[in-house]
Design a protein around this ligand. Sequence first.
Ligand code: G3H
Length: 248
Amino acid sequence: MRKKIVAGNWKMNGSPELANTLLPRLAEVAKDIQADVLVCPPTVFASLAKNVAGESVAIGAQNCSDKASGAYTGEVSVAMLSEIGLSHVLVGHSERRAIFGETDELIAAKVAAAIEGGLTAVLCVGETLDERESDKTLEIVLGQVKAVLDTLSAEQWTQLVIAYEPVWAIGTGKTATSDQAQEVHQAIRNCLAEYSADGAGEMSLLYGGSVKAANAGELFAQQDIDGALVGGASLDADEFIAICRQAG
Ligand code: G3H
C-alpha cells in the first residue's frame, strides 16, 4: 500500500508567526488522517517549525548541498538538516533548476547525499510549456527521473519520493487536468518498473502545480497520484488543511 503524502513548500515565504499559528493546527489534523503531512519552510525557520509541529507533521528542507562539509559559503549540509530533526528535503525543484542552474548531475548528487545521510529526498521533475507544446513532456520528465535512478539502488527507493510538477502550472493558477497529470504519473511509474517492479508499486508520486482545495480531490482520485506538493496554498492554514483532509 503506497503512502499518501501532502507536502507544503513555503518557498521563500513565511515567518515565525506563520509557523507558530499554522503548524499546531495542522498537527492536530495530521493526527486524524491517514496521509503523511510534510511542511518545508525556509531553512532558517526549520528548527522552530520542528519544535511547534510535534510528531504528526514532518518538517523538511527545500534544498541541501551535495557536499558533506567545508568551504561552501551559504550552503547547508544533509547532516546539518538531520541534526535539527528534519526528515525530508526537496531536490531539483524547477526553481532550483531554472533560476539557480541546477543540472541533472548535481540533482542526482544531492539526492544521493540526502539518502545516504538518512533523509527522504523529494525529487521534483517537470516540463516547461515549450517542452509540452513540442510534445517533449515524457522525454524531459523521464530523462530527469532516469538521471537520478541511474545513480541509486532500488533498496534506496524507500527514501525517495517523486513530485511531478509541470513548470507551466507552478504558481500560475493553471493546474494540469487530472488526465494530463495521471498520464505523466503513469509514465513515471512504468519507467520505475523498468528498474524495479516492486519498487515502482511502492513509490509515492506527488503532483504539484497550483493545487488547491478545489482541485485536490480529483487529482488524488487518479490511480497513480499519491498526494501533492503544494506551494502557494500551503501558506494558508484553512486551504492546506482542506487539501490534507482530501488525501485521507
Ligand atoms: O513546490 C511547489 C510547487 O512549485 C507548486 O507551487 O502550488 O504555488 O503552484 P504552487
